[in-house]
Design a protein around this ligand. Structure first.
Ligand SMILES: [Zn+2]
Ligand SMILES: [Zn+2]
Length: 257
């Protein structure tokens, strides 16, 4: 199964769009500005948005996409996220002030958007994918998703700084082959990373030592301007040198399941 990188940056520039990954053409993992690279037909095929958290860089593209496809879709797009994330979307985004409430448009009976709250520790399904949410450590509720199909799994993380439960669950499960995780800042920017709830290189390297099995680490969410420094620093880091590490690139297609 193919995971297409639509956006993997921690900010917008001409060269970069924010977090949005498309799994098998139908499931969107976060809905950042990368969604804007899709054409209408591709947008119409997306049935599910699995959302890690409610920050703008992870939802802006999906919110705008709803307006683009509203008169073309016959079935709703479902946003899957824990209740606290959905509550934030309802109160602060789809509230008729910032953007329309698409859960009652074009009609209340057949809306273009619906919500599917995920309960704590619930294992849920989207088509043939079996998914588990794990809480992370960010400035707002943020989650990782462990996504499994036919015994193979990968983990897609929302924004986070140093965290605990994630590493326990990956080690307990043993089926996670790839980890998509943020590295926003180089080690020299540890203070900004800390106050903004993100990983800097030192923090991520320390946490990756908790992994008990080898897996491929796919890095994303570099803040604009730090990309080249991060690539060089990752290459020289003794912990990351022991792992297979890649940097997600826009329009890259990654085999995941
Ligand atoms: Zn972010
Ligand atoms: Zn965030």
């Amino acid at each position: 199964m193919e995971l297409r990188v639509l956006g993997a940056s921690g900010g917008v520039t001409r060269a970069g769009a924010t977090t949005a990954f498309l799994l098998d053409q139908r499931v969107l993992l976060d809905g950042g500005t990368g969604v804007g690279s899709l054409d209408l037909a591709e947008m119409e095929r997306i049935d599910a948005l699995l959302l890690t958290h409610a920050h703008l860089d992870h939802i802006a593209g999906a919110a705008l996409m709803l307006a683009s496809v509203i008169d073309r879709r016959t079935t709703p797009l479902t946003i899957y996220a824990p209740v606290e994330v959905l509550d934030t979307l309802k109160a602060h985004l789809f509230n008729w002030q910032i953007w329309p409430d698409f859960s009652v448009l074009p009609t209340e009976e057949q809306p273009v958007l619906r919500y599917r709250p995920i309960l704590p520790a619930e294992r849920f399904e989207i088509e043939d994918l079996s998914i588990e949410a794990v809480p992370l450590s960010h400035t707002v509720p943020s989650f990782a998703y462990l996504i499994e199909r036919e015994g193979r799994g990968f983990c897609f993380c929302g924004d986070t700084g140093p965290t605990e439960t994630l590493w326990q669950r990956i080690n307990e499960r043993g089926d996670i082959e790839q980890l998509f995780i943020e590295l926003s800042y180089p080690a020299e920017e540890a203070e900004i990373a800390k106050v903004s709830g993100h990983y800097d290189l030192t923090g991520l390297a320390q946490d990756l030592k908790k992994l008990e099995q080898p897996l491929t680490v796919q890095l994303m969410h570099a803040k604009p301007g730090y990309e080249q420094r991060l690539i060089a620093a990752v290459r020289e880091n003794p912990v990351l040198q022991t792992l297979k590490v890649q940097h997600c690139e826009i329009e890259q297609r990654i085999d995941v399941l």
